[in-house]
Design a binder for this molecule. Structure first.
Ligand SMILES: [Zn+2]
Length: 105
């Protein structure tokens, strides 16, 4: 049981490290006409980047991302998948702990 408690503590620490997470995907549109496939007569190579995600009501939301912040957002998205993997491991650990508790009583 001690090892399991220690394992969970370790996982929670890891979870804290990647707590700055967002869910969603990055896409880009033309900065001028706002479309992914530009329709401007004079093609403007400037792209606007945005994060598309679903909020808690499953509504699609868009957040514009300054180009300089792209690495940061990418890191935040990576943190999300990391945090999910860690959560899965915590669930496994909690199940093991639950089973052990049951065996005792
Ligand atoms: Zn355009």
């Amino acid at each position: 049981m001690k090892e399991l408690i220690a394992k969970r503590r370790r996982l929670l620490k890891e979870l804290m490290k990647c707590s700055n997470f967002v869910r969603g995907s990055i896409n880009s549109v033309c900065a001028k006409c706002n479309r992914s496939h530009c329709i401007c007569e004079i093609k403007n190579s400037k792209r606007a980047y945005r994060l598309t995600y679903k909020n808690s009501e499953q509504k699609t939301r868009i957040v514009y991302i300054p180009e300089a912040k792209l690495p940061k957002i990418r890191k935040m998205i990576a943190n999300y998948s990391k945090s999910r993997k860690i959560t899965e491991q915590i669930i496994e650990t909690n199940i093991k702990m639950f089973k052990k508790e049951n065996r005792r009583s």
